[in-house]
Design a binder for this molecule. Structure first.
Ligand SMILES: [Zn+2]
Length: 551
C-alpha cells in the first residue's frame, strides 16, 4: 500500500500504524499519543514530541480512518525543581504534584502546571495541531486507573523481576529514576502524603486482600493507612505508569526522545511491562532526535532563557514551523535558527513554493508542502504576498516599523503590481518585525546617516564621485527593486566603458565591491548593510541625493 518513491516518512508510518491497529483492534479508532510534563516553560525542542505523532495522525485522518491524537499532560508528576529564572522560594513545593503547586507570582492561572500549559496550548492551536488533552491528575484522582493500580500492586514481584533484568545490565547511576531502586519490598506505587501533599513517602506495607496500604512521610512524619480500593492521591511510578497508559488507551503510535531508548530506559522496560503485566502490545514508537536552537539573542529569550514554541511562532509563520518538522525524518536532528539563518529558512520555503507552482517539485516535496500548509481540517492562514523575509526585515530595520514609510517602500518594490495594503504581507511582515526588534543585536541595526559624511565625500577620488553621479542620475528611471539592482551593478561597467549588460569579469567584480562599500559608508556609516537595492528604496530619492551629494 505504501506509495514507494512518492511516500514521505509520515505516509510510511501511517501505513504501518493503520495496518498494526487493524490487526490489534479492527474497526476501532486509532489512538496516537504524546506526553508533556508542564513543569516549567515548555522548551521548543519538546515540540517534536507533538509534531511527529500529529503529522502521522493527520495523515491517517486524511485517509478517512478515524484517529485521535491524545496529549497526556504529566501534571500529576512531582515538582522536581524550580526552573531557572523563577522565584527560588517555590522550592518549598518540591515533591508536590505539579497541579498542587501554586502558579508563579502574578499569574492568573490556578496552578503551576496550568500556567505553563496555556502558552503551549495556544501554540498548538496556531500550528493547526488538534489534540485531546488528558490531565493525568484528573485521571488518577478520579480513580480511572484503579483496576490497573490494584493489578500492578498484586503483580509487584513480577514487575520487580522485570525491572531487575535491566538493573543488572545497568551501570550504577544509569537508572532513569529512583522509583525502582532495589529494595527489600518493592512497590510500583507512590502516594502523595495527605498531611503535606508531597511524595516523600515510603510504602511500609500492603495487604492484597484488604488493599490496605500503610505509608510513612519523610517530610512531615505523617503515617497513614489507606485503602487503595478507594484512595486516589497517588500514582504508579513512571516506568509502570507509561506502559499502563498504553494498555488502557490502546495507544498505537507514540514516539519518544533518544534519551528514552537506551537499555533499561522507560521505553525499553515498558515494552516488557505492557506485554507481561498489562497484557497489551506496545505502540509503534520511533525514536526522535533532538531539535537544536541556534542564534537566540540573549535579550530576547523568555524567562529562564528557554525558547518556547510561542517564541518561535513570533518570528516563523506556522506553515514554516510545520515544514521544518515534516521535512525531516524523526531520527534526523535539525536546528531551528532564531538568528540570521532564519532568512535562509524562508528563502528555501519560498523556493519550494515556486518549484511547486512551476510543477517542478518532487512528489515528496509536494507531500511535505501539503502537510505544512494544511491539515485534515483545513488550510492554515497564509501570507498573500510573500516578499522575501530578508527584505522585509531590512526595510523594517530601516523604518523602525513605521507603517506609512514601510508601505511606501513596498509599493515601490514592484511598480507593476503595487501593494495596496500592508495586510497583504501579513503575518510574515509581523514575524519579520518581531525578529528585527527582538533578535537583531542593537549594534547590528541599520542606522541611516542623519547628515552627509562630508569628510568622506571630500576625500573621494574623481572616479568615485563620477560613480555616485551615475547612480544618482539613474535613480528615477530605475526606481524599483529590479531596476535598482540593475543600476548598482551597471555603474562600474559604464565607468569601464562597457555595456550595462556586460558579463562581469574579475576586475569588474572588484570595482563593484569597492563601489558598494563606498555606498554603505556614505549611507549607513559601515562597510556592509542590507542589500543595496532594498536599502536605496528604503532611504528614498531625496535623502540619497542629500547623502551622496559631493561638496
Ligand atoms: Zn507529609
Amino acid at each position: 500500500m505504501a506509495q514507494s518513491a512518492e511516500a514521505d516518512w509520515v505516509a510510511r508510518f501511517a501505513d504501518d500504524v493503520i495496518a498494526e491497529a487493524g490487526q490489534r483492534a479492527p474497526g476501532k479508532k486509532i489512538i496516537v499519543a504524546s506526553g508533556i510534563s508542564p513543569s516549567g516553560p515548555i522548551h521548543l525542542g519538546n515540540l517534536r514530541e507533538i509534531m511527529v505523532p500529529h503529522l502521522v495522525a493527520d495523515e491517517i485522518k486524511r485517509r478517512d480512518v478515524p484517529c485521535e491524537h491524545i496529549l497526556s499532560w504529566d501534571d500529576f508528576d512531582r515538582y522536581r525543581k524550580v526552573p531557572a529564572g523563577y522565584d527560588p522560594a517555590w522550592a518549598e513545593h518540591i515533591g508536590k504534584a505539579l497541579t498542587s503547586v501554586p502558579p508563579p507570582e502574578g499569574s492568573g492561572y490556578a496552578s503551576w502546571s496550568d500556567h505553563f500549559k496555556a502558552p503551549f496550548r495556544e501554540a498548538l492551536a496556531a500550528l493547526g495541531v488538534e489534540v485531546t488533552e488528558i490531565s493525568q491528575t484528573a485521571e488518577y484522582t478520579s480513580g480511572t486507573y484503579r483496576e490497573q493500580i490494584l493489578h500492578a500492586m498484586r503483580e509487584r514481584r513480577r514487575i520487580n523481576d522485570i525491572l531487575g533484568r535491566y538493573r543488572t545490565k545497568n551501570k550504577p547511576g544509569a537508572v532513569e529514576d529512583q522509583d525502582d531502586e532495589e529494595s527489600t519490598a518493592y512497590y510500583p506505587y507512590k502516594p502523595y502524603c495527605s498531611g503535606c501533599d508531597r511524595d516523600l513517602t515510603t510504602v511500609i506495607s500492603y495487604d492484597d486482600n484488604t488493599t490496605g496500604l500503610t505509608y510513612q512521610c519523610q517530610a512531615c512524619g505523617n503515617r497513614e493507612t489507606v485503602r487503595l480500593s478507594e484512595f486516589n492521591r497517588g500514582k504508579l511510578v513512571w516506568k509502570i505508569d507509561w506502559p499502563m497508559r498504553w494498555a488502557v488507551k490502546g495507544v498505537a503510535f507514540e514516539p519518544s526522545g533518544v534519551d528514552h531508548q537506551s537499555p533499561g530506559s522507560s521505553w525499553v522496560v515498558g515494552q516488557q511491562l505492557v506485554r507481561e503485566i498489562f497484557d497489551a502490545e506496545p505502540p509503534i514508537g520511533p525514536m526522535y532526535a533532538f531539535v537544536g536552537i541556534s542564534g537566540m539573542a540573549k535579550m530576547s529569550s523568555s524567562k529562564g532563557g528557554v525558547p518556547t514554541a510561542a517564541d518561535a511562532l513570533q518570528i516563523l509563520e506556522p506553515q514554516l514551523m510545520r515544514w521544518l518538522y515534516a521535512r525531516r525524518r524523526p531520527n534526523q536532528a535539525f536546528n531551528i535558527s532564531f538568528g540570521d539563518e532564519i532568512s535562509r529558512t524562508y528563502d528555501e520555503w519560498d523556493a519550494l513554493e515556486r518549484r511547486i507552482a512551476a510543477g517542478e517539485a518532487s512528489p515528496v516535496d509536494v507531500a511535505v508542502h501539503r502537510r505544512a500548509t494544511r491539515t485534515a481540517s483545513g488550510f492554515l492562514p497564509t501570507t498573500p504576498r510573500r516578499l522575501p523575509y530578508r527584505t522585509l526585515a531590512s526595510i523594517l530595520d530601516i523604518t523602525t516599523g513605521d507603517e506609512e514609510q514601510t508601505l511606501r517602500i513596498l509599493r515601490d518594490f514592484d511598480p507593476e503590481q503595487p501593494l495596496a495594503s500592508l495586510d497583504e504581507t501579513r503575518p510574515r511582515l509581523d514575524c519579520a518585525q518581531r525578529w528585527v526588534t527582538t533578535h537583531v543585536e542593537p549594534g547590528q541595526r541599520t542606522r541611516v546617516r542623519a547628515e552627509p559624511d562630508s569628510q568622506a565625500l571630500e576625500a573621494m577620488s574623481g572616479r568615485e564621485a563620477e560613480a555616485l553621479k551615475l547612480l544618482v542620475d539613474g535613480l528615477t528611471d530605475h526606481w524599483s527593486l529590479d531596476g535598482l539592482t540593475k543600476l548598482v551593478y551597471a555603474v562600474p561597467k559604464l565607468q569601464a566603458g562597457l555595456d550595462a549588460d556586460a558579463k562581469p569579469t574579475p576586475q569588474l567584480k572588484t570595482a563593484q565591491r569597492a563601489f558598494f562599500a563606498l555606498l554603505y559608508r556614505l549611507l549607513v556609516g559601515r562597510d556592509t548593510g542590507p542589500r543595496l537595492p532594498t536599502l536605496l528604496l528604503a532611504i528614498g530619492h531625496e535623502r540619497i541625493r542629500q547623502l551622496l551629494a559631493a561638496g
